[in-house]
Design a protein around this ligand. Structure first.
Ligand code: PIT
Length: 423
């Protein structure tokens, strides 16, 4: 879940110096709202390894849900509670919460993202997120229903997605074939194509931010979390819009996002554009087909150096069972030079996405994907607070995620970090 100000926010890059000082904020993991046997297995296995502070925090969260009259409910403006019945906490960050609510008149369920707005920077960031959400309207992009604002809080009423995260569904299934991947990727590419045409760069695209609308097989996939989204000043849609002139230059040099998904041009501190989202789509595709990351290092400087080298491999399982077209799709997204990288529109026309039956492998990749995800989860858990450094323990409290979720899949320990450069 995007945690709004819980996510570290982009700053002006005046005096920008790439990677001089990078602040990382790990997202914490809490209880799971999604019930599934395999997910529950992964979760209960991970839960036993939580530190006492995490267990205490989890109990606090559960109690705040059980006791709707408690401190948690007090965070909701009476205008909000007059209209919506607060049902359950489904995600949290240090400056944001996502709750499931029900409209009092229609009984229709929604999600409300509560953002704590701290200071001018918090206000600006929140307005940027709102500005994007107010403009978007697409089946594969989260839909904003209404907004309530107070001096220190913003309540975003959003459509409710109950189908869980992309990777949770992969793990939960008994089988996963290339055509399942292409079905999901087609929806993400459609959402991205829409955003980029509008002039929006997401900048934090990752599996955790891709939610299924409902638990059924035919559910659409929705791009969420616009906490780091910005306007692409170079896009034709924005070049003609004079209102964005003042953000010109700085926004598109800012280093922000989640380390494993960062495009090399962003890591290098070069000006960038919507192509960074396509790089992230390449990372997502790689994960979806293998359960592993193309660039994966425990040490962040090494990880960023690996991204800057741009070398990844298709070695090990299940890559020998993956089609050449699927690998070509990844290659065309993990292309070092952003100018040569596929655009979202081109991705939608790539033969692997278009003619899946003809050129994709029909092998069941599920076992290898799950095994790789679990191996990563166990490696990540051995580095977690309690078994790891005091620093990571501190950072664990700084940001947030949907409760449960990808952190259990081994992609949430360092992968769910957001970062900024301080100059
Ligand atoms: C849901 C269910 C859920 C999380 C969300 C919505 C969050 C959505 C979201 C988060 C953002 C943002 C826009 C939408 O900018 O578990 O229906 O940070």
């Amino acid at each position: 879940m995007g945690s709004g100000s819980g996510k570290v926010l982009p700053e002006s890059s005046k005096g920008f110096c790439p990677l001089r000082s990078v602040a990382f904020f790990r997202k914490d993991e809490k209880f799971d709202g999604f019930k599934d046997k395999k997910q529950t297995f992964l979760w209960s296995w991970r839960r036993d390894q939580r530190t006492s502070e995490e267990v205490k925090e989890s109990v606090r969260v559960e109690e705040s849900v059980k006791n709707p009259n408690g401190k948690f409910r007090a965070k909701f403006d009476p205008r909000v509670t007059a209209r919506y019945d607060i049902k359950a906490l489904i995600g949290r960050g240090s400056f944001s919460r996502v709750v499931r609510v029900e409209h009092r008149c229609t009984r229709q369920p929604f999600a409300i993202k509560l953002l704590e707005v701290k200071g001018r920077e918090g206000h600006n960031t929140c307005q940027a997120e709102l500005g994007v959400l107010r403009r978007v309207n697409h089946a594969n992009v989260i839909h904003l229903v209404e907004v309530f604002e107070t001096a220190h809080r913003v309540y975003l009423v959003l459509e409710l997605a109950t189908g869980g995260e992309l990777l949770e569904r992969v793990v939960a299934r008994g089988s996963f074939r290339e055509r399942d991947a292409t079905r999901a990727l087609m929806m993400v590419a459609n959402g991205l194509c829409y955003l980029h045409t509008l002039g929006v760069i997401h900048r934090d695209l990752k599996p955790e931010n891709l939610l299924y609308y409902h638990p059924g097989q035919d559910s659409r996939l929705i791009i969420t979390d616009f906490g780091l989204a910005c306007w692409d000043n170079q896009s034709p849609a924005k070049r003609s819009d004079s209102s964005c002139n003042e953000t010109k230059d700085w926004a598109l040099r800012t280093l922000c996002g989640t380390p494993e998904y960062l495009a090399p041009e962003m890591v290098a501190g070069r000006p960038y554009n919507s192509a960074v989202d396509l790089w992230a789509l390449g990372v997502i595709t790689y994960i979806l087909l293998s359960g592993s990351l193309p660039f994966d290092h425990t040490s962040r400087p090494r990880l960023l150096r690996a991204i800057l080298r741009g070398n990844y491999s298709f070695h090990g399982n299940p890559w020998n069972s993956v089609s050449t077209q699927a690998k070509s799709f990844i290659d065309r997204l993990l292309t070092f030079n952003p100018e040569d990288r596929m655009t979202a529109e081109e991705a939608l026309r790539h033969p692997w996405l278009v003619s899946t039956a003809a050129c994709s492998s029909n092998k069941n990749l599920h076992r290898s994907i799950s095994r790789n995800l679990q191996q990563r989860a166990s490696r990540a858990s051995s580095r977690r607070p309690g078994s790891g450094s005091a620093q990571s323990s501190r950072l664990a409290m700084r940001s947030g995620t949907r409760l449960g979720s990808a952190s259990r899949l081994g992609l949430g320990n360092k992968s769910q970090c957001s970062l900024k450069v301080t100059t």
